[in-house]
Design a protein around this ligand. Structure first.
Ligand SMILES: [Zn+2]
Length: 343
């Protein structure tokens, strides 16, 4: 190409819109400088994912051999089921052509950016990013603490039921997003989210049921993480009292009129209540989330809390790696067609 032709090319590129310029940038980066960042992430991911030796993501067998490369990536073959896989099989990154874009997208997620804002930065359509978001969150949701330790604060909070994003006329009568319930108090159209948080900040937050909380939901949501020597702090609701009694737990009930906000200077539910407050404030930015995805958003917020909302390179890599450590079976179709269901 002549010097003039090259100048014209540069000139032409400068007239393109931002998304197209970004696309050129990524194409060039991918061809000429295959991202070392994403290669490092994939190496690290392999180390973590197969930390106990290779095992087959299809049948769990560890009779695995290396099986050449495909599209520049190492493949493996299972001697037992005969299927092949890569370092990314069953992870959100499976089949991706642009691992480096995922790093950018995770960065946007850490910064809590909207899909449209992220789309401009990542160079991927915002509808595709919607699925990327939920693939990552579906993996993060599987990241669970083992056991609570010591003093455990438990309290529930409520979100309005929402079918945001659902298309069709059945949606016509639904509230405007983020609307106010037409009923006073806790009604059946509210979604109960239960949060348990111990003093080491180990947290579980998940959708418990529709409408007012029931005692059985406490055990169902948190029970397997509560050891016998856990000290439970809750509000005055009778259900917690019965629950603690049945489980043989030491229990402090905060009834602000009778006990004040703190018992013996130590037992209170202010940490969990502050958590509710921060969660609600953070989730506001999405202008209402569909109830069927609420658990995903709870997991997202929980992750952001553990990294204290710092979008450092380390946290970015960690989030991507965590997201890849848990198998994601959801596909675009299954996400789109999924229904809200409190089992
Ligand atoms: Zn296998």
């Amino acid at each position: 190409m002549s010097a003039k032709g090259f100048r014209n090319l540069l000139q032409y590129i400068s007239t393109l819109d931002k998304p197209r310029q970004e696309r050129i940038y990524y194409e060039i980066q991918r061809k000429i400088f295959p991202s070392t960042a994403s290669i490092r992430v994939i190496d690290e991911l392999r180390d973590k994912r197969f930390s106990k030796g290779f095992n087959c993501p299809h049948c769990k067998s560890n009779g695995v051999v290396r099986f050449g490369k495909y599209n520049g990536r190492q493949r493996y073959k299972c001697k037992d089921c005969g299927k092949t896989f890569s370092d990314l099989t069953n992870s959100p990154l499976q089949g991706t052509h642009y691992p480096e874009r995922w790093l950018k997208f995770i960065d946007c997620m850490l910064k809590g950016m909207s899909l449209r804002e992220s789309s401009k930065i990542v160079g991927v359509h915002h509808v595709t990013l919607f699925y990327w978001r939920h693939k990552v969150l579906s993996a993060l949701e599987q990241m669970q603490i083992e056991q609570f330790e010591g003093i455990l604060e438990v309290d529930e909070t409520y979100f309005l039921y929402s079918e945001k994003g659902k298309r069709g006329i059945s949606d016509r009568k639904s509230r405007k997003r983020g609307g106010v319930s037409q009923f006073r108090g806790i009604s059946k159209e509210q979604v109960c989210v239960i949060v348990g948080r111990d003093r080491n900040k180990n947290t579980i937050s998940k959708v418990a049921c529709m409408g007012r909380i029931e005692k059985s939901q406490v055990e169902k949501s948190l029970g397997s993480h509560i050891a016998g020597d856990t000290i439970l702090c809750t509000d005055g609701w009778r259900g917690y009292k019965t629950y603690a009694k049945e489980k043989g737990l030491e229990h402090y009930r905060i009834n602000t009129k009778k006990t004040g906000y703190v018992i013996k200077g130590l037992y209170h539910i202010q940490n969990v209540n502050n958590y509710h407050g921060r969660l609600k404030q953070w989730i506001d930015r999405f202008k209402g989330v569909a109830t069927k995805y609420l658990n995903h958003y709870l997991a997202w917020f929980q992750f952001l809390e553990t990294i204290q909302f710092e979008a450092t390179t380390g946290n970015l890599k960690d989030m991507l790696i965590f997201a890849c450590l848990f198998p994601v079976e959801e596909t675009y179709e299954s996400l789109r067609l999924s229904k809200f269901d409190v089992a």
